[in-house]
Structure formats: structure tokens, C-alpha cells
Ligand binder design. Structure first.
Ligand code: AMP
Ligand code: GLY
Length: 429
């Protein structure tokens, strides 16, 4: 098979690595890819949002499957454009991608089908005064979310009325998120451990991949601003067999049914961002694609043939026996540029990757590029230093990760020191 992967981050590097091991693969292209994916397949310089450019490339290169990494092209309908032209796609249609693209759509759907999630209210731009009155009469903290996608910046946890009002002002008065903030969801604050679960589904049938835990805040102890994700590990001990069963029964099955009922069959990866509350798992958010950096730790824990899983899913006949958990564990620490998630500089020379990498240690590229023959930083999240070990031993996985990161250098490199700690502290309790 000839395969295209769309995207340029660590997630796409991980997808490329797993797909490259498939016995079904002939040629692998990554659009646009990064220096890491360039070692595994052929990088093609087309913008990820240029659906027609991507379609033309696929038609002239006999592409059998397109795997879409980021949400934006999915929300804009790349799956529909490619499938209408005879190209198979792993990733949901525009209608189904609304589960991520419009938070109010996802919330209303969950309410209608009794899928556990935080209680909420929706307000439109014209309801400004009404939203403030509502905020004066509720318990804090409360969570305010821009309805559309806002590059991970559209969610505010407000401790009091003033910060809630600031968040509403950002959306409705300052238009900080453009149209994405013309509508907001105000929801109840939930407490518990967070977990990320990928359901791979053809719309009817599905499998759950090993559960991961992301670390979204920039600093240790979950302090500071939200980021794209500063590290992850899998499997997370917070999700046991009983919780997995609840996730299947109460969240994944009814969500897929709801989407079928609405003639928006969901096919691809349904990313369930969950809060494991005292009342059971509840949905924080749905994403319409693989998570980043969770993918970097989940895929190396699968034996079998990932490409077989993805093509059978795209053919609406998922082969659930294509992959299985290999019993290992994995931890990924993101090395980020100084200043991230705010302003940061690019072009810092990166060294040490070759000495850090070994059989149990992978370095995924995310924000890197080649300049004058040297590998340099080219983004906020630069590398994903990732250990993969054969036994389920997160303590060892963490240690191998941090041993490796001490060998890697670029000016201003910052990273969290506490990836895996929630799981390790749980085990010692
Ligand atoms: P989201 O973009 O919806 O995943 O939100 C980003 C982060 O905000 C989540 O990973 C949670 O840590 C936090 N968050 C979002 N919604 C809630 C909620 N209702 N209760 C508590 N934390 C939340
Ligand atoms: N790791 C969070 C996300 O992919 O949205």
C-alpha cells in the first residue's frame, strides 16, 4: 500500500514509525512531515490545510490510505473531499468531526444520550449580560470554554467571578478567538485523575488502545499555563478493567450510536479525554484524532500491524485483532523552547540525540528543522524523549527517559521533571 500521513508533529513521527513496520506498506509519504519523519518516509511540502493540493498528490501517486494527524483539516472536511474522489481516509467526516470542532454540539449530544460529562450551560455572544448574571449565581471554580477550536487556549478554569468575567470578555468583547468564541460553554468543575483513551472505530465496532495520561500544564505539579502537552505515559494504572468497561458501555458505545442516529457515522480515532471522578469516568472533551503526546507512548505498546488496523477501519470493516497490548510501558517527556507556551525563539542548535537513542529510547521530532546542515529548533514543543520498555514498570520507564534527556541539549530547553509521578505515587500509597 502507498500511504500518506498528514501532519508535522511528534504524533505524526510516532504514526510514521509504527506504519513503517507494516508488512502491507509499499511507499510512505508525510505531508509535510519533519526531519524525524524524513528518515522513515518521504516528506512532501504541502500545507496540511490545502485539501485540494493533498487530493492532487494522492491521485497522482496512487495513494491507498491517508491518515490525518491534526484536527483542523478534519474539521474543515478533508475526509469528505478525499473519499468523494476515491481515496480511503483514516479520520472522520466533517459532520462527525464536530465532536471536537463544536464543544456545544458534543455537550448537547452527551446530554441527549445520558453520556456522563460535566453539567453545563451554553451562551451566545448576544447573551453577554445573561452569562454574567449566571456567573454571579454559581459555585466556583467554574470552567469557561470557547465553543470552537482555539489552539488549546480556549479553556479557562475560573476561581472567582472576576476571572470568569475576564474569560467571557475575551470571547465576547475582545474576540480573542474569532468566531470560535462567539458561543461559550460554562461548565461544572470536575475533580479526579485525567486519562486519555483512544477508541479506534469504523462507526459500529471499536477497540480501545492502552490508556494514557497527559500532562497539559507547563510546570511541574500541574502549575502554569495549558500547553499542547508536556509529556505522557502509558498504560496508566488509574484505568483498570472495571473503568475500561464503564468507558466502553457508558461513553464509547452510546457516542457512536448517537453519531449514527444523527447520520454522522464516526470513523477514525475517537479521543476520549476523561476525568475519573468519584462517580465514574466523565467526558472532559472529545477529539476527532489521535492525541499528542499520548500517541507517542501508546503506539509503541502495540504489537501487530497498525496499518492493518487503520486500513480495515477506513474500509468500515475494522479488524480488531490487528494489534494488541504488548505488556510494556512507555514515558514521553517533551523538551520545549524557552518561553513556550508564550513567545519563544527558533533556530537553536540541537545536540545529543544520537547518544541518547538506543533500543529502549526513541526521540520523536516535533518542532525541528534542518538549517545549514544542522538540526535546529523550529517550534514550541521541540522533541519527545520517549522510553519504551518491555515490562510494565513505569518507574524504570521514567528513569530511562530522564537519563536520556540529560544527554540532549539546546539553548533554553525546558521540560517537566514529574512525568509519571501521579502513577508512581498511586502505586506507593
Ligand atoms: P479541554 O481543552 O476541554 O481538554 O480542557 C483543557 C484542560 O482543562 C483539561 O485537560 C482539564 O485539565 C481542564 N478541564 C476542562 N474541563 C474541565 C472540567 N469541566 N473540570 C475540570 N477540569 C477541566
Ligand atoms: N494531548 C492533548 C491533545 O492531543 O489534545
Amino acid at each position: 500500500m502507498n500511504v500518506v500521513i498528514i501532519g508535522s508533529g511528534g504524533r505524526e513521527h510516532a504514526l510514521a514509525l509504527s506504519v513503517s513496520k507494516s508488512k502491507l506498506l509499499n511507499k510512505l509519504f508525510i505531508i509535510p512531515g519533519n526531519p524525524g519523519t524524513g528518515k522513515i518516509g518521504i516528506n512532501i511540502l504541502i500545507d496540511v490545510n490545502d485539501s485540494w493540493g493533498i487530493l492532487n498528490f494522492c491521485l497522482s501517486n496512487s495513494i491507498d490510505l491517508v491518515i490525518v494527524g491534526p484536527e483542523q483539516p478534519l474539521i474543515e472536511g478533508i475526509s469528505d473531499i478525499l473519499s468523494k474522489n476515491g481515496i480511503k481516509v483514516f479520520g472522520p467526516s466533517k459532520e462527525a468531526a464536530r465532536l471536537e470542532g463544536e464543544k456545544s454540539f458534543a455537550k448537547d449530544l452527551m446530554k441527549e444520550y445520558g453520556i456522563p460529562t460535566a453539567a453545563y450551560e451554553i451562551f451566545y455572544k448576544d447573551d453577554y449580560e445573561k452569562s454574567l448574571t449566571y456567573l454571579q449565581n454559581i459555585k466556583y471554580p467554574v470552567v469557561i470554554k470557547a465553543n470552537g477550536i482555539a489552539a488549546g487556549k480556549g479553556v479557562v478554569i475560573a476561581e472567582n467571578y472576576q476571572s470568569a468575567k475576564n474569560a467571557v470578555d475575551d470571547c465576547f468583547l475582545k474576540h480573542s478567538f474569532g468566531n470560535a468564541g462567539d458561543k461559550i460553554v460554562i461548565e461544572e468543575f470536575m475533580t479526579g485523575q485525567e486519562a486519555s483513551i483512544f477508541a479506534i472505530t469504523d462507526g459500529l465496532d471499536f477497540i480501545l488502545l492502552p490508556a494514557a495520561q497527559d500532562h497539559k500544564r507547563i510546570f511541574d505539579g500541574d502549575k502554569g499555563k495549558n500547553t499542547g502537552g508536556m509529556g505522557a505515559y502509558a498504560p496508566t494504572p488509574f484505568v483498570d478493567e472495571e473503568i475500561l468497561f464503564q468507558i466502553s458501555q457508558k461513553i464509547v458505545i452510546p457516542t457512536l450510536k448517537a453519531m449514527r442516529d444523527k447520520s454522522a457515522n464516526y470513523s477514525g480515532c475517537l479521543y476520549c479525554g476523561l476525568m475519573l471522578t468519584d462517580e465514574g469516568p466523565k467526558v472532559v472533551e472529545f477529539n476527532c484524532r489521535f492525541g499528542d503526546p499520548e500517541t507517542q507512548v501508546v503506539l509503541p505498546l502495540l504489537d501487530g500491524d497498525l496499518l492493518e488496523l487503520l486500513i480495515t477501519t477506513a474500509n468500515v470493516k475494522i479488524n480488531k485483532n490487528s494489534v494488541w497490548y504488548n505488556g510494556g510501558s512507555s514515558a514521553c517527556v517533551v523538551a520545549a523552547s524557552a518561553g513556550y507556551p508564550d513567545k519563544y525563539e527558533k533556530g537553536k542548535v540541537i545536540s545529543g540525540i544520537d547518544i541518547a537513542e538506543n533500543d529502549e529510547l526513541l526521540v520523536y521530532h516535533a518542532g525541528t528543522s534542518i538549517k545549514n546542515g544542522e538540526l535546529v529548533t523550529n517550534g514550541g514543543r521541540v522533541l519527545g524523549i520517549t522510553s519504551v520498555i518491555k515490562e510494565n514498570n513505569l518507574k524504570l520507564a521514567k528513569q530511562k527517559c530522564y537519563d536520556a534527556i540529560s544527554k540532549i541539549h539546546f539553548d533554553g530547553m525546558q521540560f517537566r521533571k514529574d512525568i509519571c509521578d501521579k502513577a508512581l505515587n498511586k502505586n506507593s500509597n
